[in-house]
Design a protein around this ligand. Sequence first.
Ligand code: CTP
Length: 432
Amino acid sequence: MTSRKPRVVLGVSAGIAAYKACELLRRLTESGHDVRVVPTADALRFVGEPTWAALSGHPVSTEVWDGVAEVPHVRLGQGADLVLVAPATADLLARAAHGLADDLLTNTLLTARCPVVFAPAMHTEMWLHPATRANVETLRSRGALVIEPASGRLTGADTGPGRLPDPAELFDVARHVLARTARAEPGEGGTGGSADGSGPATAAEAAAAWHDLAGRHVVISAGGTREAIDPVRYLGNRSSGLQGYALARTAVARGARVTLVAANVALPDPAGAEIVPAGSAEEMRKAVLEAAGTADAVVMAAAVADFRPADYRDLKIKKTPGTEPEPIRLVKTADILAELGERRPAGQVVVGFAAETDDVLENGRTKLARKRSDLLVVNQVGVDLAFGRPDNAAVVLGADGSRTDVPRGPKEALAEIVWDLVAARLESRPPD
Ligand code: CTP
């Protein structure tokens, strides 16, 4: 492994979201990346050249005619570890898809031999236009990662898909892609790329390894459901959603289309994931089963309530002086994971989580069989373990009898191992 700073080319095309790229740039440079900013000429109408130069510490050019002696149109792309275009406009995506080379950024895209990530931002109509859809498909089919834009308020009064994701979340995608390619460099063993720890042998294998979930649709549940007692009270649990969100972030960076069914999570939306909110166990059941119809893999990381109050009170339950409160009768909720295991389409990989306080492995094996899952991530929970913490330790049990021990580490590391195991099981199922 070399110790030089990772080299990132940050392409900026002419969208109002260019101002958000300043924050992305700052995060990249402050975390030790050497960043060259390559704006399009029109992008400079939104944010000027001095801003990019000051924040990156490098001169900035839009044209191939500046500094010709250094052949910048070839050198920048060839030397980069990552090219990240944020925002990527409809026009930039079209020029990239058609292989045009009419400015420094499009030249750089043609000479890059590293991962290329586009973060599109535009009005919903432009994003959904068949021309843009076709260009996105072309870029994806050539190995680029094109992140789904976020939904929400756009520049005018309109709302819909087309927003540039939060810069902190885009930074996270860049970080994951760089980490995966650093691990997957040809000839380097290391810990990554594949579940068995052996590195890929060729550059082509390395390129395929960083986004091994490309063309896959994965559904992830996260957070903890709440079962209403009355309009102000609920039965809930201590799940923060951190593990499910880590699974979503890593899956996006590995190229998957991600549906994240989130129950009561107070975390920023991961870039590129479609967020489907679900409050109760029943809402989560409906959302997960609907999304799972076409999914290649479903990971149930959510803490779903096992019981809910049998009767919902329309009015707040009052303290009545001189009387004891009435007991709350509970009924079982539907077991979503078991239902997924029963009705899954051929080849779909189903992953469950099991939070156990005792007899951890024994309970895990029984649960894996009972819920007909392919993989079960078993971890010990209790005070100061797992819930709300950034780290986790687990054992991943496979229906094929396999066992993968994951030492205590960041929840993202566990997420990567889950995807390694899922990707290995998906190999026999061709992407759509
Ligand atoms: N799960 C689910 N639907 C439920 C309850 C749980 O899909 N109603 C899923 C969780 O998302 C998790 C897995 O099942 O992936 C294990 O949940 P857990 O509560 O540990 O299992 P239970 O079947 O409830 O077993 P226990 O008796 O240990 O609570």
